[in-house]
Design a protein around this ligand. Sequence first.
Ligand code: NAD
Length: 497
Amino acid sequence: MNSQKIDVIEKMHIDGQWVAARSGRSRTIIDPFDQSEIATVPEGDREDAELAIAAARRAFDEGPWPRLPGPARGEKLHELGRLIAENREELARLESLDTGKTVEESRWDMDGIADIFKYFAGLADKDGGEILQPPFENATSLLVREPVGVCGQISPWNYPLLQASWKMAPALAAGCAIVIKPSEITPLTTLKVTELAERVGFPPGVINTVLGPGHSVGASLAESHDVDLISFTGGIETGKKIIQAASGNVKKIALELGGKNPNIIFDDADFEVAVDYALNGVFFHAGQICSAGARLMVQDAIHDRFVSALLARMKKIRLGGGFDEKTQMGPLISAEHLAKVERYAAIALNEGARLLLGGKRPSDPALQKGFFFEPTLFVDCGNHMRIVNEEVFGPIISVERFATEEEAVRRANGTVYGLSAGFWTRDPDRIHRVSRALRFGTVWVNDFNIYFAQAPWGGYRQSGMGRELGRMGLDEYTEVKHIYQNHDARPMNWFGV
Ligand code: NAD
């Protein structure tokens, strides 16, 4: 046990009440560091989801929240952001307990989350609509944005509260009512923020946090005809199911799916900085990041030197519990996920990739109860390999060698994923060419894995649809209404009347 005494909430929140699952079932939440039990939470099912949806429906159709002026909604969101900042340490510790990531990483998450609530609080009163010029005399046209309605929101386990906040904050700023379903294995921080929101005083039914598995609670949200928008972050295969389930009432769909993100190192890059970011780009949260730069592409002239430098640094990465200040990389989230990462290491070997480091669980006796996997480096990789094309979501780097800029771009684009890409060069003309040629939702130039509230995030190709964060992240939660008024209506006599 990480020996942390942290209060956890063991209820879910429906229509302003803290409740158990209607079935009485529960689920044990474990610490991935040593599998010790950290909480017992309700295991909801379709019935609980339907109660939460009905509460959100009432709150949206009849309650004050969507009708509140933007500045008043903004005030509440700002207060929630302030409370998150005030409770930063407790939230960070809770997140680390639940996910295994280092507390330092969780603190960064919490800072980002507080910023997200404050950013969308600031946007809540900025939309003044638009006046159009109709091609007729004595007429006016207004464009107004209105909240889309009841939103189902499904979040994953890797950044539980960060991903939830990307959905909750803009939906609330727009005036929607929400039903959020965190991953069944990492619900604790979302519950805590629901409690903070209760303190702020959102009307009952505006924020419902319902717990349970994807195939029942998540599927109910995606299928329900009372839900107007479904926002999902998770894997591609689940995303495809969501699209099908959502078609029943043609609800709006926002999807943030996986990534296989190339990090391209040209031979004129700042070598030391690029090595540093190649590590940071992958080994945060043991590689369980949708934007991990797990696909490293290095130009011929510096390839061998770069791999040697990377290897030397990777050997020093210190594995351990998230609460140990010396730990640089924690465990994977679950036994099931560890088995998946192990399978990919075996696949890479079978495909002919050359293993330079790791590829297995660590032998340290202190880590045996946790879901640890060693930092792993494969070289001699190519586009034809699964290790290059599929999302592993673990601490594995596959290195590809390339000769020319054209080859690097062509190969980088040759994947079903299009979430993010980064490249390193000092050549200004190349920066312009390559940043436009890479077909990804985010392109980082001389950096990697940077997110902030102001910049939209989302994927090309099968990495998703729609955008979170930024102005566009708010627009996702609105409908556009055109109001046309004729100030001088006269008989048309069109039908000879
Ligand atoms: P997952 O798809 O297994 O589950 C995500 C969520 O969907 C969970 O809450 C789960 O309970 C729910 N779910 C599962 N089946 C469902 C169904 N049939 N209907 C409705 N909901 C269902 O993904 P995961 O393993 O929790 O998360 C890892 C994945 O998330 C990775 O692929 C990663 O790339 C992706 N991700 C993407 C981003 C992004 O911004 N693009 C961010 C974080 C994670």
